[in-house]
Design a protein around this ligand. Structure first.
Ligand SMILES: [Zn+2]
Length: 224
């Protein structure tokens, strides 16, 4: 047994001796390669994480945008006005004879001048009832040559609706609570500032800031 083993062992030992440096080098190369591979793998994981993070940040813009965000999100908050919630009833059934125009000039044949028209005009025969478009309280009733009898209704949200060119025989009094659909007055041939349109209601809507806004924004549908 020894005799057969010895040469084998001897050969193996000789082989090891002969190739010791080579083996050591191979072992070293494998060790270095492993280290490099591990290091690379770890690094790659790190960059993957970094990519993930930046990918998550991307939809919310760059860092500078993120710092700007509070101001940009504050601005649109003011935009949704009462128009999203408030829904008016039509004050009467009739033909639209004037639309809201605050950025274009409309010719007024009666006054022979061009001006904005920040109201909604609905024509109907004299005597046609004009109804309150939304719950509120009558703030004022005035009469003038230009605007006929005019009723202003203040609503709970700070908005106002102004019904101009009415007959003097109004159905409400100052301070009275009015509901949507209550008769306020009637169409008449009073008021001179839009006489060329014939008898009609000149309806204005003022928002809580006192700006005139398009009344049709608050109607479910209008027969334009
Ligand atoms: Zn008008």
């Amino acid at each position: 047994m020894e005799k057969t083993n010895k040469p084998k062992n001897a050969r193996f030992a000789a082989f090891i001796k002969k190739n010791l440096y080579l083996i050591l080098m191979i072992v070293c190369v494998i060790a270095i390669a492993t280290m490099v591979a591990v290091t690379y793998a770890v690094r790659q994981k790190g960059t993957e994480n970094a990519i993930d993070v930046s990918a998550k940040e991307q939809p919310s813009h760059t860092e500078t945008d993120v710092t700007d965000k509070p101001t940009s999100t504050d601005e649109p908050k003011d935009e949704p006005t009462a128009s999203d919630e408030v829904l008016f009833d039509l004050p009467l059934e009739g033909e639209t004879v004037g639309v809201f125009a605050n950025d274009t000039l409309v010719y007024n044949a009666t006054l022979n001048q061009w001006s904005t028209h920040e109201a909604y005009d609905v024509a109907a025969e004299a005597g046609t009832e004009v109804k309150c478009v939304y719950d509120g309280k009558v703030e004022s009733i005035t009469t003038s040559v230009l605007r006929g009898t005019e009723v202003v209704v203040l609503h709970g949200n700070g908005m106002k609706t102004v019904y101009s060119l009415l007959g003097s025989d109004v159905k409400v009094s100052v301070g009275a609570d009015v509901k949507k659909g209550d008769v306020i007055g009637h169409i008449a041939e009073t008021g001179t500032f839009e006489k060329h349109k014939g008898p009609h209601l000149h309806l204005e809507v003022w928002n809580a800031e006192g700006e005139k806004v398009d009344p049709t924004l608050f109607f479910e549908s209008t027969d334009k």
